[in-house]
Ligand binder design. Structure first.
Ligand code: ZN
Length: 222
């Protein structure tokens, strides 16, 4: 805990002082460009990996970067999405999974979740992911199976995201773009889903962000 307390002090003494204008500006309100939905895992930090500042991205986090379909779940994710899209008018929504995801590991092997009934129940919102992997990738095992599950889950949650009325309405007007990303913890690299190839490929200086088409997207089975 001391590490956190020291950090608070250092932040106030050093960062706030050198970013006075930014924080004064943010005190007047927020205008984030994107809604960033990712996992609660401590190894992924949205602002760090995108090199963005406070005020740049509106972040929703939960176990497994899950978006319950509209009307399902407890409404927390729906409220955050509605606020970001309808009120803040974000122009982009990114769902970003990550390699080595414990939630996705639990989805593949629910026997370890008997002592975590809330997690088990939460992962029901990833049933599409589980079924896609079970039926389309029976021959792939181990860590490769986990990585495919992470990728399929990002695409499955994009489908759930599209059930939210505010998202659908703004997609229909061409005012919103959605993106499927996976952060690779081992290398710090982000991979995005490319509709043209049906696969996730690395992003970089020469690879611009690739928005998903309006219709449902599928990872090409291998
Ligand atoms: Zn995770």
């Amino acid at each position: 805990m001391q590490k956190l307390a020291d950090g608070l002090h250092k932040f106030h003494a050093e960062v706030c002082r050198t970013h006075e204008d930014l924080f004064r500006h943010l005190a007047r309100g927020q205008r984030p460009e994107a809604l960033f939905i990712t996992c609660s895992d401590s190894r992924i930090n949205p602002n760090l990996i995108t090199q963005t500042q406070p005020g740049d991205i509106f972040i929703v986090r939960n176990a497994g970067n899950i978006v319950p379909p509209y009307g399902a779940g407890n409404g927390s994710e729906a409220a955050a999405i509605e606020f970001a899209v309808a009120h803040l008018e974000v122009k982009h929504i990114i769902i970003c999974g990550h390699t080595l995801c414990g939630a996705m590991r639990g989805l593949l092997d629910p026997s370890g979740l008997d002592e975590m009934p809330a997690v088990k129940s939460w992962l029901q919102h990833a049933e599409l992911t589980r079924r896609l992997v079970q039926e389309n990738y029976p021959h792939i095992e181990g860590e490769d199976r986990l990585t495919i599950t992470v990728e399929e889950n990002v695409l499955a949650q994009i489908e759930n995201l599209r059930t939210h009325p505010t998202v659908r309405a703004r997609l229909a007007r061409g005012e919103l773009s959605v993106y499927a990303w996976v952060f690779k913890i081992e290398t710090g690299r982000v991979f995005q889903f490319e509709h043209s190839t049906g696969q996730f490929g690395p992003m970089g200086d020469t690879v611009p962000p690739s928005a998903l088409p309006e219709a449902a997207v599928f990872r090409r089975a291998i």
